[in-house]
Write a protein that binds this ligand. Structure first.
Ligand SMILES: Cc1cc2nc3c(=O)[nH]c(=O)nc-3n(C[C@H](O)[C@H](O)[C@H](O)COP(=O)(O)OP(=O)(O)OC[C@H]3O[C@@H](n4cnc5c(N)ncnc54)[C@H](O)[C@@H]3O)c2cc1C
Length: 490
């Protein structure tokens, strides 16, 4: 069969490699001059900024994601780092000893348990319930992907994992009732209340918190040295010869005739036919560019909230930054008001002192990133389109405020050490990848995504020979989900 794939992000690349290995003829069209989509690095010599990757689920054995990655690439070729402490955060409330103690999100579940009980012994029962769930989940990580897609009793393999399923369902039954915010209300200790409330920048389902803690505890989600591009370069090198990669080749329309997708139109006007068309591009882009018998496709708008986008400030500094936490939250004395109207009481700061490949091995230089999650992608995208001067001005205002925060934190000489700076906004993500409103992971994870699967899954109503893959097509988003959806193309 001849396949056309639209989009060379992680989903499109995964689909291309899997189909190519199956012996299919594949043409992959990517609008940019490089593959990767959101999973990319930005180069400002001597600095390389990691555009996405914090951690990659399936980096080592222990989940079925490892086997899935290995079915398309030799994932062991990547050099992964597993942080002992995933995040550090100062806490405003006092702990049980009346002290101001920082919270450390230890990867090891038992160290996390001791740390929490030491600071909030009055909540031992709740802490034990949480950490026990993390430990139980750690033993049953393999069950999740089969459960997501095929239904509980879908096949023999699932029947074999019955005990795992019951354990997972037990965790989901209890923790499914809570988000980080509502769980924090269960705590007696003001310190622990604050820890859970601020664990993530937005209220996050506690089931997701338990499972990501379990991934960290099992050491199955690491950061690859070299960042995002380390993964996508490996994927690009693994493309079989029967897959033809067309870079700088935007697709403008998907043509459907008599209920079947038959071809795509390229930006240069050429029409290319195939037996099967796969859109690994943004869900909204796909729906808005299907042409059925000469007319735009009419689709049902899903009532699903989007995952947030980001404003990110990437800095290259001529400072070693040794000993700095790799990921921390900085509490702000005064809230930061972004030009898009989002108010931040704290900011996330990543210091890549653990990956010197990003500075070409130079240990006197360091890359840093401040991440500001935002749901106001439309503000930046409209401004970029309508008024470039104003867009730049607003970006400069935000960058200035962030640099002020860093100078207060590191001292006034910090500004002098900055050699490179890039501020990305949702308009940047949208421009380079077409992701709707700059969403960083598709839909916000919720059971509604599963309920609406018929509307937002991997196929399109009434259209044959058209499949969708990518972080918009399955609950959870992120790199492993993008990859997995690519492997499921029929
Ligand atoms: C700041 C940030 C941090 C993140 N951190 C993590 C993390 O630590 N771990 C994790 O698992 N996930 C993380 N993610 C999420 C992850 O990056 C995405 O979920 C994943 O990369 C999505 O892959 P995709 O292939 O589905 O989509 P995309 O990466 O959006 O790929 C779509 C591709 O289609 C191309 N395209 C679009 N329209 C067309 C067209 N008309 N013609 C041709 N090509 C087209 C685009 O150029 C792009 O290459 C992060 C995301 C961001 C933004």
């Amino acid at each position: 069969m001849h396949y056309i794939i639209i989009g060379g992000g992680v989903a499109g690349l995964s689909a291309a490699i899997a189909l190519g290995k199956r012996g299919e003829e594949v043409d992959l069209y990517e609008k940019e001059s490089h593959v990767g989509g959101l999973c990319t690095n930005w180069s400002r010599p001597p600095y390389t900024f990691n555009g996405c990757m914090h951690w990659l689920l399936g980096s080592s054995s222990g989940t079925s994601f490892y086997d899935m990655w290995n079915s398309i690439i030799d994932i062991d070729k990547l050099d992964f780092i597993y942080h002992e402490v995933r995040m550090e955060m100062p806490v405003r409330a006092r702990n049980a000893r009346g002290e101001y103690a920082a919270f450390r999100l230890f990867s090891d579940a038992e160290r996390l348990r001791s740390h929490l009980i030491e600071n909030a012994p009055e909540d031992s029962t709740l802490i034990n319930r949480f950490v026990n769930a993390v430990c139980m989940a750690s033993k049953h990580l393999n069950v999740l992907p089969p459960l997501w897609n095929k239904g509980v009793f879908g096949n023999f393999r699932q029947a074999l994992t019955m005990t795992s399923m019951l354990t997972v369902l037990d965790i989901v039954r209890y923790f499914g009732k809570f988000t980080t915010h509502t769980f924090s209300e269960q705590c007696v200790s003001e310190w622990l209340k604050e820890v859970f409330r601020r664990l993530y920048t937005t209220p996050t389902p506690m089931v997701a918190v338990v499972f990501s803690a379990a991934y960290a505890n099992r050491g199955v989600a690491g950061y690859p040295i070299g960042g995002s591009a380390a993964l996508t370069h490996l994927m690009e090198r693994s493309i079989p010869s029967n897959v033809h990669l067309h870079l700088s080749s935007p697709v403008t329309n998907i043509i459907v005739k008599r209920g079947k997708a038959t071809s795509v139109i390229l930006e240069d006007g050429n029409e290319v036919s195939a037996d099967h068309i796969v859109s690994a591009a943004d869900w909204y882009w796909t729906m808005n560019h299907i042409v059925v018998n000469g007319k735009p496709y009419e689709y049902k708008e899903p009532s699903l909230p989007l995952y947030h986008s980001y404003c990110t400030l990437n800095l290259g500094v001529h400072m070693p930054m040794d000993g700095e936490p790799h990921f921390q939250r900085l509490l702000l004395d005064e809230p930061l008001l972004s030009p898009d109207g989002t108010m931040y009481e704290e900011v996330e700061l990543e210091v890549f002192n653990f990956d010197r490949s990003l500075t070409g091995g130079d240990t006197t230089r360091t890359c840093m990133t401040i991440n500001l999650p935002t749901h106001e992608g439309g503000f930046w995208i409209d401004l970029y389109r309508d008024n470039m001067q104003k867009y730049r001005k607003k970006k400069n205002i935000l960058a200035g405020k962030l640099l002020q925060i860093l100078s207060m934190h590191y001292g006034s000489e910090f500004a002098m050490s900055i050699e490179a700076a890039i501020l990305a906004t949702p308009a940047t993500y949208h421009r380079f990848t077409n992701n709707h409103l700059g969403s960083s992971q598709g839909w916000q994870p919720s059971l509604n995504v599963v309920r609406q699967k018929g509307d937002v899954g991997m196929s399109v109503h009434d259209i044959k020979s058209l499949s969708l893959c990518g972080h918009w097509t399955m609950m959870g988003g992120g790199l492993p989900i993008a990859m997995r959806s690519g492997l499921l193309i029929p």
